[in-house]
Design a protein around this ligand. Structure first.
Ligand code: FAD
Ligand code: 2MC
Length: 387
């Protein structure tokens, strides 16, 4: 059964983009979807499958080709992350975070930094994590308290980072830490490696969803790193972190589209097969209208995500606002669509083996991480009011 809504439904897609989406959809169908429920139940982080994805260029999606990446655009990236999420939103979400880290090193790093980390990141022989949130500073990220103190040719980092995706499994950690005054301008970005003495991890958090990847504290206890591990200038760390998140938010938005798209497809197949009152449930117009609304809302969200990706590619001044709009709208819409898919499956939607409740649980956190949807509204409102 085909639907008019899918990652490939955008009318403005080029031949290359259609090929990218098809290749990634095939990867998701073959390597992610068949295992997604088991990985969720076993809390298994499929690092071997991530490396298979890297063979297709998924480890450095928007790392420049001269740096060893795929050199694709954000508009390509959202197709990729939506396609991956049709197989497993949790694994797709991790791919998106890893790519945010790789892009930040390519974009803000110097030649030595790119040479040190990007080959392994692009091959996904090394995984990346992004460390902004702290126990006392989530939405108000500029209030972070981790410190990096200059000591000769080194920095010494001390603090705790909370909720870090991939922590423990990743080799490369971009850590935002305070080097100066209070507020956003006193923050710098650093690359910490897993083997650096003084780095340790909290226990893997027990979560509602996103179980196919670890979430742990990253604990920095006097981690001494050479000054050459600083990304960009002192005091630039908050800007670097925010610019990374603009693209990251699009990745999460796209993952919501993919998860919801999969839930919609499954609902169509289920209702065609399921009989009640002497006919397939798909014949009931009330349910057809529900499906029509789900497809329409996904198409609208996809259009906004693609518009925001295009704005980011062009460096448009309103790109950050559009990324926030897209993240807010696509993650709320994706969650609502997945929840309706669960309802359409009746009691079976509530059972783990159908995979629908897992999509709902995975998509719930997209409304929280990479900036809550309240913070997305704050960003949009500041853009509107000029505050
Ligand atoms: P708080 O900031 O305490 O917010 C609590 C509530 O208040 C929220 O509803 C929030 O929207 C609301 N609120 C706060 N301020 C305002 C305001 N001004 N106006 C209106 N409402 C407001 N972080 C990383 O750095 N790296 C990661 O890899 C990472 N991965 C994560 C993975 C998971 C599974 C989870 C759950 C979180 C992850 N995070 C990560 C952290 C995530 O980004 C934060 O949880 C999020 O930014 C919110 O911060 P908080 O949890 O401290 O909530
Ligand atoms: N893009 C580019 N620059 C940005 C930006 C963005 N999206 N957001 C802020 N900035 C700049 C801003 O322009 C300003 O620059 P300048 O000093 O040159 O004027 C600077 O950053 C400080 O910004 P604000 O004055 O707006 O800072 P404030 O503290 O008032 O608010 C806020 C910033 C709330 C927008 C920011 O703290 C935020 O986005 N919070 C949410 C935190 C978040 O998203 N965490 C996600 C963690 S990662 C994760 O969850 C994963 C799963 C990986």
């Amino acid at each position: 059964m085909t639907t008019t809504t899918a990652p490939t439904a955008g009318t403005l897609l080029s031949e290359d983009q259609l090929a990218i989406a098809e290749t990634t959809l095939d990867f998701a169908r073959e390597h992610l979807a068949p295992h997604a429920v088991a990985w969720d139940q076993d809390k298994h982080f499929p690092v071997d499958v991530l490396r298979k994805g890297a063979d297709l260029g998924l480890g450095g999606v928007y790392v420049r080709e001269e740096s060893g990446g795929s050199g694709l655009t954000r508009a390509d990236g959202v197709l990729i992350f939506e396609s991956l999420a049709t197989g497993c939103p949790s694994v797709a979400g991790y791919f998106s975070i890893h790519n945010m880290v790789a892009w930040m090193i390519d974009h803000y790093g110097d030649d030595a930094q790119r040479a040190r980390w990007l080959p392994a990141l692009c091959a996904m022989d090394a995984l990346g994590s992004y460390c902004l949130t702290e126990p006392g500073a989530g939405s108000d990220a500029a209030a972070l308290r981790s410190r990096a103190v200059r000591d000769g040719d080194d920095y010494v980092l001390t603090g705790v980072k909370q909720f870090i995706s991939g922590a423990g499994a990743s080799q490369v950690y971009i850590v935002m830490a305070r080097t100066g005054e209070a507020g956003p301008r006193g923050i710098s970005a650093f690359v910490v490696e897993r083997d650096d003495p003084g780095l340790s991890f909290g226990p893997d958090e027990r979560k509602m969803g996103w179980n196919a990847q670890p979430t742990r504290q990253v604990i920095l206890d006097g981690v001494r790193i050479p000054a050459g591990r600083r990304l960009g200038a002192e005091g630039d760390g908050f800007r670097i972190a925010m610019n990374g998140l603009n693209g990251g938010r699009l990745g999460i938005a796209a993952c919501s589209l993919g998860g919801a798209q999969s839930a919609l497809h499954r609902s169509l197949a289920y209702l065609a097969d399921r009989e009640a009152f002497g006919a397939p449930l798909l014949d009931a117009q009330a349910l057809q209208f529900t499906l029509a609304d789900m497809a329409t809302e996904l198409a609208a969200a996809r259009a906004l995500v693609q518009q925001a990706a295009d704005a980011l590619d062009r460096g448009a001044p309103q790109a950050a606002q559009l990324c926030a709009m897209a993240k807010r709208f696509a993650t709320d819409t994706g969650y609502a669509v997945a929840d309706r898919a669960l309802q359409l499956h009746g009691g079976y939607g509530y059972l783990s083996e159908y995979g629908i409740e897992k999509i709902v649980r995975d998509l719930r956190v997209h409304r929280i991480l990479e900036g809550t949807n309240e913070i997305m509204r704050l960003i949009v409102a500041r853009g509107l009011t000029g505050s």
